[in-house]
Design a protein around this ligand. Structure first.
Ligand code: NAG
Ligand code: NAG
Ligand code: NAG
Ligand code: NAG
Length: 360
């Protein structure tokens, strides 16, 4: 099987799951069934959507989702998807990093109360202490808000107040994945935007970069995800960069111990040190793919980031963004985040990593 095909597998799983978060139960089953003829893995997702965790999630989102379907804006804003696609092509030609930024932003949006654009809100709207998700998920590491605003502005001129921000984010992320060399996947639209931001949920329930495998699997299972889907979703780390602040905490103060992460091999330790410490005062903040390691993280952005594609030794070639190199690097003990490398610490997830790594 080619690397690309393997990635299509993983991504169809990822996005089937993501879109299921904001769709009423009956609709999502139809969406999954429409994929299942060609993708064995998707049947796994389909089954997962029938389990307790997912049911619970569907109940929570039913009230905001109505009439979701393919080409939802066919009558109300027929050019919507074309506009998003051409805007993304334009943005991507100048900012190749937009794909990773949006993939991460979309994940953060969907993980908390469904894909409802609540991560984009600037107002708390009655939320207890007026805190918003943007602040909770250390907003300095989430990027791409300006790109969504840019697309929204163009759409507002063409069809005012029709296309939801949640759909813009979902479509723009998909188009960004395609532009970065990933597969196309069909998307249903018709998501409604949330009027509420969920600060507390975002603080407590977004997986953290230094979570161990037990914690990571637990947080994903609360959203109805199986181990396989969790390993697939972490595969989003195939593109983008991780901020050196997260690497530095593994080098010096792992989980608040004041000591290095004992699981990092000496050679990889040195490599990370060279990459992130040889010039610590350069400025240009880089995102990590997950939340900050601690709730009260207050350090300045370290200013540098380690790209995921550099985590293999230079003797191993890694091609386009969307291939198997993320999983291969885990087999070599070179996961950039503790949470990444922890996928090898559990026999079930390690088996899945080996399967994805050899999928080319
Ligand atoms: C994204 O790419 C653009 C252009 O290549 C660059 O100017 C910008 O600093 C990058 N942003 C980040 C966060 O890396
Ligand atoms: C908001 O409330 C939560 C608890 O309900 C608390 O943990 C958090 O620190 C508060 N945020 C601010 C900015 O006060
Ligand atoms: C990030 O949060 C800070 C304070 O918490 C706020 O001043 C700033 O406007 C926020 N930035 C974005 C893009 O939300
Ligand atoms: C994972 O972390 C939690 C919380 O710190 C801890 O209770 C648990 O024992 C850890 N599990 C493993 C396998 O290390």
């Amino acid at each position: 099987m080619s690397a690309m095909k393997g990635w299509a597998f993983a991504l169809v799983v990822i996005f089937s799951v993501l879109l299921s978060w904001s769709i009423p139960r009956g609709e999502s089953e139809r969406a999954f069934l429409s994929f299942s003829s060609h993708e064995p893995l998707v049947r796994v997702v389909y089954l997962a959507s029938a389990d307790e965790g997912q049911d619970f999630f569907m109940e929570m989102t039913d009230s905001v989702a109505t009439n979701i379907g393919y080409d939802f804006y066919h009558d109300t804003c027929p050019e919507a998807e074309t506009i998003v696609r051409s805007m993304m092509a334009q943005i991507y030609s100048q900012h190749k990093n937009v794909s990773a930024q949006l993939l991460r932003l979309f994940f953060h949006d969907c993980f908390i109360q469904g894909c409802d654009a609540s991560v984009l809100l600037d107002h708390s709207n009655g939320n207890k202490n007026h805190s918003i998700e943007k602040q909770a998920v250390p907003n300095k590491t989430l990027k791409g808000f300006d790109k969504i605003d840019q697309i929204k502005e163009v759409l507002e001129n063409v069809c005012p107040a029709v296309v939801s921000c949640a759909d813009i984010l979902a479509l723009a992320t998909r188009d960004g994945v395609v532009l970065a060399g990933g597969p196309f996947y069909p998307l249903v639209t018709g998501r409604r935007d949330s009027a509420r931001s969920y600060y507390d949920e975002a603080m407590a329930e977004i997986p953290k970069p230094d979570d161990n495998i037990t914690q990571t699997l637990h947080l994903f299972s609360l959203r109805g995800f199986t181990d396989r889907e969790t390993v697939s979703l972490l595969g989003g780390h195939n593109i983008g960069k991780i901020g050196c602040e997260f690497i530095q905490s593994r080098l010096h103060n792992f989980r608040g111990t004041g000591k290095p992460d004992p699981t990092v091999s000496p050679s990889f330790f040195n490599e990370m040190r060279v990459f992130c410490e040889d010039n610590g005062n350069k400025k240009s903040s880089q995102g990590s793919p997950m939340a900050a390691p601690t709730a009260g993280m207050s350090e300045k952005p370290a200013g540098r980031g380690m790209p995921y594609f550099q985590q293999l030794s230079s003797s191993v070639s890694s091609g386009a963004g969307f291939d198997t190199h993320y999983y291969q690097s885990l087999l070599r003990g070179r996961g950039l985040l503790f949470a990444d490398q922890q996928l090898m610490a559990n026999e079930r997830t390690a088996r899945l990593v080996r399967a994805y790594a050899s999928d080319d």
